[in-house]
Design a protein around this ligand. Structure first.
Ligand code: ATP
Ligand code: MG
Length: 259
């Protein structure tokens, strides 16, 4: 039986209407979002761009059920989430969204495998099942053989892949990433984008914030914010990160190296 309030069939995955977010700073009001309307279909990849302070993270936090709007309506997978309690919001978040951050946010004294298992621990999944699913998620991001490494024993790109595996392990349909390539070199950024594109190919919806136009080029849609409003929204044929990766020089290639 479907949940009450959930429309049949083709509801948008994300449906924001008139979203405002105002922060109170002493006597001042900071209007971070000033009326955002945005719908996102399942299986798409959306890059959110805009200058510093334009409201990207604020929008992402609301979209990711980490924060709630001051005004407006937000339906996630057909369900009105703008007025849920904290506990209900956490529940929706856990089922619907995997997060990836610029600074990876891995636990440093914990192995790659344990980092990936973490969300399942909170969900009460039994140990053997946690291990099996975490191993599979690490496999999906090409990290077989690195399960027992701690974050400081992994490269930046490998750490971000662990973070992507952690976002995948709960089988949430949406991956949200705030500047996922912000701390990575060009080639490693391509690797991470290739993984994210692969996930879109398998039906996930990927929503990412980026400052870089060449990263946004891997998405099928680019939404640009300015001063808390969407000022541009365009669809595009994404370029292939896999192809960019193939064309990029190898990480440790040096000039004059023999073939
Ligand atoms: N917790 C907060 N309290 C008060 N003001 C805030 C808070 N978070 C964000 N703001 C303000 O809201 C506006 C939008 O901030 P936001 O973090 O969404 O920008 P952004 O587009 O993500 O910027 P950046 O590219 O630098 O990460 C800014 O003016 C910021 O100062
Ligand atoms: Mg931000």
């Amino acid at each position: 039986m479907r949940e009450p309030g959930r429309p049949k069939g083709e509801a948008f995955l994300v449906e924001m209407r008139g979203i405002e977010r105002t922060y109170t700073m002493g006597d001042n009001l900071v209007r971070a979002l000033c009326g955002v309307d945005l719908t996102i279909e399942r299986g798409s990849s959306v890059a959110i761009m805009g200058t510093s302070g334009s409201g990207k993270s604020t929008m992402m936090n609301i979209m990711g059920c980490l924060d709630q709007p001051t005004k407006g309506s937000y339906r996630l997978d057909g369900r009105d989430v703008a007025r849920l309690s904290r506990a209900q919001l956490a529940d929706v978040r856990g089922r619907m969204i995997g997060f990836v951050f610029q600074s990876f946010n891995l636990l440093s004294r914990t192995t790659a495998l344990e980092n990936v298992e973490m969300p399942l621990l909170y969900q009460g999944v039994p140990a053997r099942e946690r291990r099996r699913r975490a191993e599979r998620a690490l496999e999906q991001v090409g990290l077989v053989g690195r399960e027992d490494h701690h974050p400081n024993q992994l490269s930046g790109g490998q750490q971000q892949r662990v973070a992507i595996a952690r976002a995948l392990v709960g089988e949430a349909p949406i991956i949200m990433a705030d500047e996922p390539t912000g701390n990575l070199d060009t080639r490693t950024s391509y690797e991470v984008m290739a993984i994210l594109q692969g996930l879109v190919g398998r039906g996930k919806t990927v929503i990412l914030v980026t400052h870089e136009a060449d990263i946004a080029a891997y998405a099928s849609r680019v939404v640009t914010l300015r001063d808390g409003l969407i000022i541009d929204d365009r669809r595009q044929a994404p370029i292939s990160a896999q192809a960019a990766l193939a064309a990029a020089p190898a990480a440790h290639a040096s000039a004059g190296a023999s073939p």
